[in-house]
Design a protein around this ligand. Structure first.
Ligand code: MN3
Length: 201
């Protein structure tokens, strides 16, 4: 059973002006879809073929399989947390956890942006829940995913150039400002609630 290419949860023009239709056509339609296609070709007929995407990523012992599985996972997680009508800031238990760990929601956003801006080359910035149930901000290079380090992803930002070059050229900082305008903190809060339950189990 092949891994299905997920549809975007919004229209191609829905994230404008921060992320253009052209960017989504390439980023979702070519880059993300390409990772899924290469992954399916690589796992066809192997023991991984019937597993869910997360399990394929965590069990892959081949770099090519891991990279394509992780890139498929990371992109789905990235696209799914964005919304044309986002809840603009965290509330509830997530807001409390952010205040405890970072001081304020604004500080979290600053720290997240700085980490994303500082990731050298291609990669991802993440808000995660650590094994000790603390929030943290981490970055990973290329396709790497915090699940491989025992951290549960709550939010990610793609800082590969293909995520922003059409709209912002080399200006990663401006892309990050636009990205933060689109993050739906209701979705991040749902991820946090699920991760907290899993960690407590
Ligand atoms: Mn990408």
């Amino acid at each position: 059973m092949a891994i299905a290419t997920q549809k975007l949860p919004y229209d191609l023009t829905a994230l404008e002006p921060h992320i253009s239709r052209e960017t989504l056509e390439y980023h979702h339609g070519k880059h993300y879809a390409g990772y899924v296609k290469k992954l399916n070709a690589a796992i066809d007929g192997t023991a991984l073929a019937d597993l869910a995407l997360t399990d394929i990523m965590l069990r892959a012992d081949d770099n090519g399989v891991f990279n394509n599985a992780a890139q498929a996972w990371n992109h789905e997680f990235y696209f799914n947390a964005l919304s044309p009508q986002p809840q603009g800031r965290a509330d509830g238990p997530l807001a409390d956890a952010i205040a405890r760990r970072f001081g304020s929601f604004e500080k979290l956003c600053e720290k997240f942006s700085a980490a994303a801006a500082g990731q050298f080359g291609s990669g991802w910035a993440w808000l995660v829940l650590d094994a000790d149930r603390e929030l943290d901000i981490v970055t990973t290079g290329n396709a790497d995913n915090p699940l491989t380090r025992g951290q549960t992803p709550l939010l990610t930002c793609d800082v590969w150039e293909h995520a922003y070059y059409i709209d912002y050229r080399n200006d990663r900082g401006k892309y990050l400002d636009g990205f933060l305008e689109l993050v739906d903190w209701k979705i991040v809060a749902d991820n946090f609630a699920r991760a907290t339950v899993e960690r407590a189990a």
